[in-house]
Design a protein around this ligand. Structure first.
Ligand code: SAH
Ligand code: SF4
Length: 360
């Protein structure tokens, strides 16, 4: 497998490609024009392109499936060079705002949800990605390419703002080196120029790696997939909670450098009859006391063969109300793309099932 040009920071390319102005041009082709191959790079000399083409490829991903939801969410399935597949999601967060004359007052706002691994080692009992086990880490370029491909496919100009959430397939902190490099590449001024503030790393709670990410001082936000308020249930849902228990995560969060105006997000996957009661809400308030936190309640999204059920709307609302009454900021993640296999791993699974059916 050849590395991609998207695997490198501008500094790294400068060490390999001379003269230096060509690097800036190439960066422009990659991140402003979303070049798919070397032929697209019109003002780069043929000899240089041939030389680079021997060592590198441009786009390591191929879109093999796309599902569009009525709410503007688009889910993509990508094929990697070794034919493995990963998902990324294009989420419309705010509609375009127009005046009566139809002129655009504010452009629509989007967030891209990216994957960091093929499969996942953590093995959460509620997660479809976990069912397939772990295959491999994604390279920095394969992470970066998800954003480049989604921006290209949606004709989203390079200078339009976009948020990135590392909430697709895989555990980002289990692939920390490549994750950190992708974050740096996204931040490049001559590239996509996406600041750390616009990037959120979601983790199932590897507390030692939360510390490590904090020390790297990349300016990113973290979101903690908490999902339970006591270690017994959390260990049932997330087996590695035995090694990184709730207390160790809370302590690591307290040490994490965050922008004074910002908050740490705690994700709480609500599962019917498991953690949707007000007793849990009460414990959650206590647990987060003293932390500038924001809670995001997520409806469990069932899939064929899943062991858990979606909570009722009433229980969800009551849970939220309790948290808000006790001073916590709390949102309910509206089930974006509910009609299109929304939760992580579900599009991949669907495609595999269909392939198996057609093979019979
Ligand atoms: N591994 C990281 C990031 C990827 S998982 C983590 O666990 O935080 C991204 C999110 O998808 C997690 O918050 C997880 O709880 C959620 N998720 C996984 N399976 C789900 C399901 N069946 N329904 C709803 N959310 C799910
Ligand atoms: Fe991995 Fe996150 Fe799925 Fe858990 S929820 S198995 S950590 S991807």
């Amino acid at each position: 497998m050849k590395p991609s040009l998207l695997d490198f920071t501008q500094q790294e390319l400068l060490e390999q490609i001379k003269p230096a102005f060509r690097v800036k041009q190439i960066f422009g082709w990659l991140y402003h024009n979303y070049a798919d191959n070397f032929d697209d790079m019109k003002n780069i000399p043929k000899a240089l392109k041939e030389e680079l083409g021997e060592k590198y490829i441009v786009n390591p991903l191929k879109i093999v499936r796309k599902e569009e939801s009525s709410d503007g969410t688009i889910k993509y399935l990508f094929e990697l060079q070794d034919k493995k597949t990963v998902e990324a999601v294009w989420l419309k967060m705010k509609d375009t705002l127009r005046n009566d004359a139809g002129e655009v007052l504010q452009e629509a706002k989007y967030t891209i949800c990216v994957s960091t691994q093929v499969g996942c080692k953590v093995g959460c009992s509620f997660c479809l990605t976990a069912k397939g086990g772990f295959t491999r880490d994604l390279s920095a370029g394969e992470i970066v390419a998800q954003v480049v491909n989604l921006k290209r496919d949606n004709e989203h100009k390079h200078n339009r703002k976009i948020n990135i959430v590392y909430m697709g397939m895989g555990e980002p902190l289990d692939n920390l080196d490549n994750l950190a490099k992708a974050i740096e590449i996204f931040k490049e001024d001559d590239g996509l120029c996406i600041s750390g503030k616009r990037q959120t790393v979601s983790t199932s709670g590897l507390s030692n790696k939360i510390d490590k990410l904090g020390k790297m001082d990349l300016g990113v936000h973290i979101a903690i997939s908490l999902h339970a308020v006591d270690d017994e249930l959390r260990s049932e849902l997330i087996p590695m909670n035995k090694a990184h228990n709730i207390n160790s995560i809370i302590e690591a969060v307290k040490r994490f450098p965050i922008d004074t105006r910002k908050r740490v997000m705690f994700e709480y996957l609500v599962i019917k009859g498991k953690n949707d009661d007000l007793g849990s809400a009460k414990k959650l308030v206590k647990l987060l006391h003293g932390i500038k936190a924001k809670v995001n309640l997520i409806y469990f999204n069932p899939y064929e063969g899943s062991d858990y059920e979606r909570p009722s709307r009433d229980d969800m609302m009551a849970f939220q109300e309790y948290l808000v009454q006790h001073g916590l900021l709390c949102t309910i993640r509206d089930s974006k793309g509910i009609d299109i296999s929304a939760a992580c791993g579900q599009l991949k699974e669907k495609t595999q099932n269909e392939l198996e059916e057609t093979n019979i």
